[in-house]
Design a protein around this ligand. Sequence first.
Ligand code: TGC
Length: 411
Amino acid sequence: MTDADVTAPRIDAVFDFDALLTDDEREWQQRARRFAQERILPVIEDDFERKHFRRELVRELGELGFLGMHLTGYGCAGAGAVSYGLVCLELEAADSGWRTFVSVQGSLAMSAIHKYGSEEQKQRWLPGMAKGELIGCFALTEPQGGSDPAAMTTTARRDGDEWVLDGAKRWIGLASLADVAVVWARVAEPAEAGDASTESGPSTRSGTTVRGFLVPTSTPGFTATPIDGKLSMRASVQCDVDLDEVRVPADAMLPGASGLSGPFGCLNEARYGIVWGAMGAARSCLESALARSTEREVFGRPIGRNQLIQAKLADMFVEVEKGILLALHLGRLKERGALTPAQISVGKLNSVREALEIAHQARAILAGDGITNAFPVMRHAANLESVRTYEGTDEIHQLVLGRALTGLNAF
Ligand code: TGC
């Protein structure tokens, strides 16, 4: 067979992936792909270089229906889990920072309010957040480490008709831009929790439990400081948050969440988005390497004619296809209400680990030019280092799976 006999197919056409989707799902995907290509890709290298978060795109994301798109009512699109995953994939194919924005806003902050908020809280915050007029953040992780939220030291104490929050949070996406923070804090239980809905899960530390609070970021004592010096996710914002006697009214507490299962329920949503999103970054790296392999000539022929290059491309391709098909399977389970946290751990662990490996292989194929911003690959690789760590590190997800397999808890 000569080169002329071979037509290179589109990567996602090989398994006829489109045929597994509904018209509506394809429409969501196309809308996100257009947005990524027209609004993110032309500016992302510059934004990454300058550490610039392009806030004006937030309303556009809202107009397109991407914010809290898997939620129903309150101005949210009520889309299916697969549609949401496809949007995550297309956004992260452009940059992890933008998928992270949609995750923090929709899967974490809006989900927390939607799942656990009172009707009044939902009416107050969700419609504006869906439109991108209001930004939310999710303050769970603390400076001593993100893997063990049970070690949380931020407290909320009742003082008359108010809650008073004290503590510190770290790596909180969007906090310095946000209008509202969902802050998780330890309260004494049950008397001081003072809420009819405290069918509290077991306390996470003797005599206390974890509750969520909606804190307008303009509240005195709330300070968010962007973390500088990041070599990853430079086009998005992560902050230190200081809570110094932050006073909020009694009804700022989320009535429907008691115990760590509250924030973990939101992490499930965000981790699910990552299962898809990381495969978007991986696809972008593979596309760069593939294009380069037919254009770049070394030793008098395209590098793609070399078996060692083809072996790399084949392995990358296999993992992208497997990862996307796994994401689709998890999405279908989620739509049936059958997706478990352990299954999400399989997906998050696999997608991010493989995406990083693909980024590294793509960088090698691009050789010296691969370290420049003429290609998106180093940016994806750098971003994926964050994605590997947040929402549960590889090791946390391995241990979740280890526990599911053995019945023995390693934590
Ligand atoms: P344990 O602490 O004993 O469990 C407490 C309760 O939570 C329940 N639970 C879950 N519920 C729903 N979904 C899940 N995935 C859940 N995992 C646990 C559990 O059943 C229990 O409920 P109850 O009613 O009996 O009290 O926790 P564990 O032993 O089950 O889990 C330990 C471990 C290590 C798995 C967990 O602590 C964990 O997942 N750690 C990683 C946390 C993590 O991902 N942190 C990063 C957050 S990323 C972030 O905050 C930044 S957001 C992004 C941004 O802002 O940019």
